[in-house]
Design a binder for this molecule. Structure first.
Ligand SMILES: NC(=O)C1=CN([C@@H]2O[C@H](COP(=O)(O)OP(=O)(O)OC[C@H]3O[C@@H](n4cnc5c(N)ncnc54)[C@H](OP(=O)(O)O)[C@@H]3O)[C@@H](O)[C@H]2O)C=CC1
Ligand SMILES: CC(=O)N[C@@H](CCC(=O)OP(=O)(O)O)C(=O)O
Length: 325
């Protein structure tokens, strides 16, 4: 597609797990090409030595924040740890540069000047903003599980989350130490996790969230207990989910509670279970997604495609639905 006017993309923080997934997606994108990928640790090394799906001559570089605007990418993806995006965003402001900026961190998720891009729930709120804040991974799953019933809740949803340890990034900690995770389930931030605040703010209802990290690498599950203001039948509950997501290529509504082992490496989220209490006033909804894909890189790609006027699912692999045993 050499004749197509490709847009250039810079990834800041490209050594990380999400950065690597973005390199894969962009490598296969008909309208995008990588301009630069930054990493201090991999500075000077060939990208194809680290991401097999990338074929080209590009090497990692380590520009200072203030030098990013001069690199001239049309799209800049910030995949840095929390707290680091501001310096980059400021550098573009100071230089008078206005690329499309997508931030994967939590830094702008509460900033009303930024579009919060969870396309299936917020795409109507995009008004051409060139600053896009990508949602958190658990926060994506919880919002997808709760949104279709949020007007019927009698109490805050109580959500039990279990993530693979890639969710904890590459900076060494107990939460990404395979030795400490072996045969283990590690609870953390059991009240006040940032995604509790994020989901509450964006759903407009208070949410309670208890995260855990498990020994698998990628994929997360949230099991959400929802008390309902009136008795409902399972069919009625499911009809709401089909209505909300029936035409969405990246959210599948499934009968059974989905398994995280079947979502790893896939680009969509699954929402299912819909276990009802006998009195019909309580339903348990389970959502799974790959935290690095629909929880991060794939969602960023949806947002970028949309902002560039391309079909939202461009270059996002659409695999066939999993077969449940
Ligand atoms: N992992 C996940 O499942 C999800 C992550 N996110 C968010 O996406 C962002 C990236 O996550 P992830 O890829 O997991 O993170 P990683 O920890 O795997 O990668 C972080 C990247 O930032 C660079 N970096 C680390 N420290 C600094 C620093 N002090 N200054 C500048 N660069 C630094 C690293 O490269 P180098 O040190 O070589 O420069 C690396 O490229 C985070 O904000 C995270 O919260 C969002 C949703 C899901
Ligand atoms: C297992 C694990 O540690 N997960 C991360 C969430 C990853 C994510 O979505 O990150 P941000 O919201 O920080 O962008 C956490 O709980 O902080």
């Amino acid at each position: 597609m050499a004749e197509m006017d490709r847009k250039t993309v810079g990834i800041v923080g490209a050594r990380g797990h999400t950065g690597a997934e973005l390199i894969r997606l962009i490598a296969d994108h008909p309208a995008l090409e990588l301009a630069y990928v930054s990493s201090r640790e991999l500075d000077g090394q060939r990208v194809d030595a680290h991401v097999a799906e990338y074929a080209g001559e590009l090497r990692y570089s380590a520009p200072a924040h203030e030098d990013l605007p001069a690199l001239g990418a049309d799209v800049v993806i910030l995949a840095l740890p929390n707290g680091k995006a501001g310096a980059c965003v400021e550098a573009f402001g100071k230089a008078g540069a206005n690329p499309l900026i997508v931030d994967l961190s939590a830094d702008y998720r509460f900033d009303e000047r930024w579009y919060y891009g969870l396309p299936e729930l917020t795409r109507e709120r995009w008004r051409g903003q060139r600053r896009i804040s990508n949602p958190g991974c658990y926060a994506t799953a919880i919002q997808l599980a709760v949104a279709p019933l949020k007007d019927l809740l009698a109490a805050p949803p109580v959500c039990f989350g279990v993530s693979g340890y890639s969710g904890a990034g590459t900076t060494p900690s107990d939460k990404n130490d395979p030795e400490k995770l072996r045969d283990n389930l590690m609870p953390y931030a059991l009240t006040g996790h940032m995604h509790e605040r994020e989901t509450s703010a964006h759903l407009g209802v208070p949410v309670e969230f208890m995260p855990h990290v498990a020994p698998h690498f990628r994929g997360l599950t949230v099991t959400c207990n929802l008390y309902l203001a009136r008795a409902m039948k399972r069919d009625e509950v499911m009809a709401r989910f089909h209505h909300a997501y029936g035409t969405e290529p990246l959210v599948r509504v499934v009968e059974e509670a989905p398994w995280v082992s079947r979502i790893a490496g896939r680009h969509h989220a699954e929402v299912g279970g819909f276990a009802m209490s006998l009195d019909g006033r309580r339903v348990v909804v389970v959502a799974t997604l790959d935290n690095l894909l629909k929880g991060a890189a794939t969602q960023a790609m949806q947002n970028i495609n949309r902002a560039l006027g391309l079909p939202e699912a461009t270059a996002i692999p659409q695999q066939s639905p999993p077969v449940h045993a």
